[in-house]
Design a protein around this ligand. Structure first.
Ligand SMILES: NC(=O)c1ccc[n+]([C@@H]2O[C@H](COP(=O)([O-])OP(=O)(O)OC[C@H]3O[C@@H](n4cnc5c(N)ncnc54)[C@H](O)[C@@H]3O)[C@@H](O)[C@H]2O)c1
Ligand SMILES: Nc1ncnc2c1ncn2[C@@H]1O[C@H](COP(=O)(O)OP(=O)(O)OP(=O)(O)O)[C@@H](O)[C@H]1O
Length: 546
């Protein structure tokens, strides 16, 4: 009987609804009648409703404790905010006193419009000033020739800026917010800063300043044009291996360049062998014997011609560990994001390229240093590797999640937990990074793409960081497995716990010749290569919203 009772539950699922014990508290005394028999007592003790009543009380007291905790936190927060406000007020008072002192000492701070400044000080202490009133006054300040916002003209300040500098520079814009709090705008200067270079040597006159407007006279990336100052004389031809059509075209092109353009030709040792096995005619073609000669190749070669797909461009770029000669890429692959020239028209193309001028895309490369945990210092690294597309840090064959700590200029970025991470150039944005959900970026945009591969987190969206940063990817000591780095899809290197990969932009970009210009070539490559946003146009006949 008891069992069947216990099985029937009240609407809240709290056990036997018919038992007195399950009644509300004021009926609880009635249940004492059950104590007439020992058996009943035992039954009662076994029954869960009492237990549930206790549970409710416990729950209730816990809820009260939570509310008390929240109230305490709110009070603490309020106290903290009050302390912070008091500190800001103290700083403001101090700064105001200093400025008033300066104003009394000389006319300089208020020279531009001392009356306005004085009036502003007055306003700031006595009554709240409306935001647009304050703006109006700060604009007046600028139109009168001096302003607290001042920009260095790349090393040399112009006469206006110098004049301003000579007069005491620190003036104060005070704006009163609608809530009555005072905001004091500090004066500032803008100048380009080059990492590791505090001299003005590499600064360019890009930021200008006029009447409070910050403007840039030039942009960091524009269409670049190459004009030969002397005729190119030596061409290096690089080809995709194991392709008969490429081999035939290569021989034909070399013959044409020698006979019609009187050019010296370099090829890789493999291609040299192929050419000589075809005919001794190619005896004039040069090649190299060892790594040392490859290192000086850029001093001998004016132009590189590639016959293949994007992989051949990557291969050609990887030959140059420093400066790279301009590359002309003929498309002989299935895709061609970096190969804008059609091989059928090679004569016309080479003709106009050898004459110049030509549009160039400067494709920036990243240099990657592997720093071993065992290394004694940051400078003890393995040979840096230059990548044109990307460096990938992944879990390799391990079935564990890759665990990578990422820093950008020593600021912690995130911990990657997933299949891995791609650090890509903008040229590489249409390659692996795109497959991992990264954005497509015009190759002239200066930036580094930070694209996770299958992250085990819903909120891990890809980032694009500015090109001047240094990114450090560290395998933490608590990582379950080593990570693997690969460079433009090649040269895999193991990164053990404690090892790091440090990447920054390399000073040697890869100049690739454009068929039309950088933008046209980029858009054509994503239209032709990826069929980007290809959709039939909707016809006009149908419902209309006119
Ligand atoms: N899941 C992926 O998307 C994936 C995986 C591995 C490697 N890759 C890419 O392959 C590259 C190596 O190329 P490969 O030719 O030596 O190897 P591959 O022969 O395996 O070809 C890879 C493909 O990537 C294309 N590709 C290369 N660079 C490109 C670029 N900048 N923009 C658009 N497509 C590009 C090539 O045209 C080729 O079709 C790596 O740098 C990496 O970006 C992509
Ligand atoms: N000169 C070379 N020496 C050795 N390997 C090369 C050379 N040129 C290209 N490769 C390699 O050959 C592979 C294929 O080259 P590429 O991408 O140019 O041709 P593809 O695969 O036919 O082109 P696509 O991917 O557009 O179809 C790449 O992995 C590349 O690294």
């Amino acid at each position: 009987m008891t069992t069947s009772k216990l099985n029937s539950t009240d609407p809240h699922g709290n056990g036997d609804a018919s038992l007195p014990c399950s009644l509300p508290d004021n009926k609880f005394s009635d249940s004492l009648t059950l104590f007439h028999s020992e058996k009943a007592v035992q039954e009662l003790l076994q029954q869960t409703p009492i237990q549930h009543t206790d549970d409710h009380l416990i729950e209730f007291s816990e809820a009260l404790r939570t509310v008390a905790k929240a109230l305490k936190q709110a009070a603490e927060g309020k106290a903290f905010a009050q302390a912070e406000a008091a500190e800001w007020k103290r700083r403001f008072e101090l700064e105001r006193a200093q400025n008033q002192q300066l104003e009394h000492k000389g006319k300089s701070p208020g020279e531009c419009n001392g009356d306005i400044n004085a009036q502003r000080m007055e306003n700031s202490t006595n009554q709240p000033m409306l935001r647009n009133e304050a703006n109006e006054q700060s604009e007046n300040c600028c139109t009168n020739g001096l302003c607290s916002h001042e920009i260095l003209h790349d090393g040399e300040t112009d006469s206006h800026a110098k004049a301003v500098q000579n007069k005491m520079m620190r003036k104060v814009h005070s704006i009163t917010c609608l809530d009555g709090n005072q905001l004091v705008l500090a004066s500032f200067k803008l100048s380009w800063w080059c990492k590791g270079d505090i001299s003005d040597q590499h600064k360019h006159d890009i930021v200008s300043f006029e009447r409070g407007n910050i403007t840039t006279a030039g942009r960091s990336s524009k269409q670049i044009s190459l004009k030969w100052e002397s005729n190119p004389q030596t061409v290096l031809v690089m080809t995709k291996p194991n392709s008969t059509s490429v081999q035939i075209l290569c021989a034909e092109m070399i013959r044409w360049m020698k006979e019609h353009k009187k050019l010296n030709i370099y090829v890789e040792p493999r291609v040299m062998g192929e050419l000589l096995s075809e005919s001794s005619y190619f005896n004039f073609v040069q090649t190299w014997k060892d790594e040392k000669e490859i290192l000086s190749l850029h001093t001998k070669v004016d132009l590189v011609v590639t016959l293949g797909g994007d992989g051949t461009v990557l291969w050609a770029a990887s030959m140059f560990k420093g400066p790279v000669p301009p590359i002309v890429s003929f498309s002989l692959g299935s895709l061609g994001f970096m190969t804008p020239f059609h091989s059928e028209q090679y004569r016309d193309c080479l003709d106009s390229i050898l004459k110049g001028p030509i549009s160039i895309t400067l494709r920036h490369r990243m240099q990657c240093h592997v720093i071993r945990d065992a290394a004694k210092n940051e400078y003890e690294t393995e040979e840096p590797i230059l990548v044109l597309n990307e460096v990938t840090i992944d879990r390799g064959i391990s079935s564990f999640l890759a665990n990578l700590e990422c820093y950008c200029d020593n600021s912690f970025v995130t911990r990657v937990q997933g299949d891995g991470l791609i650090l890509s150039t903008t040229s590489g944005s249409t390659a692996y990074s795109l497959g991992a959900g990264g954005s497509m970026v015009h190759p002239q945009v200066p930036g580094i793409l930070f694209t996770p591969i299958c992250p085990h987190s819903l909120s891990f969206r890809p980032l694009i960081l500015p090109e001047h940063v240094t990114i450090r990817v560290q395998v933490p000591f608590n990582s379950r497995s080593p990570a693997w780095a690969s460079f433009d899809g090649k040269d895999r290197k193991q990164l053990a716990a404690g090892d790091a990969l440090v990447c920054s932009m390399a000073p040697w970009p890869v100049p690739t010749a454009c068929q039309i210009d950088s933008t046209n070539d980029f858009l054509r490559s994503i239209h032709d290569g990826l069929h980007w946003n290809l959709r039939k146009t909707q016809s006009v006949d149908g419902p209309q919203d006119l």
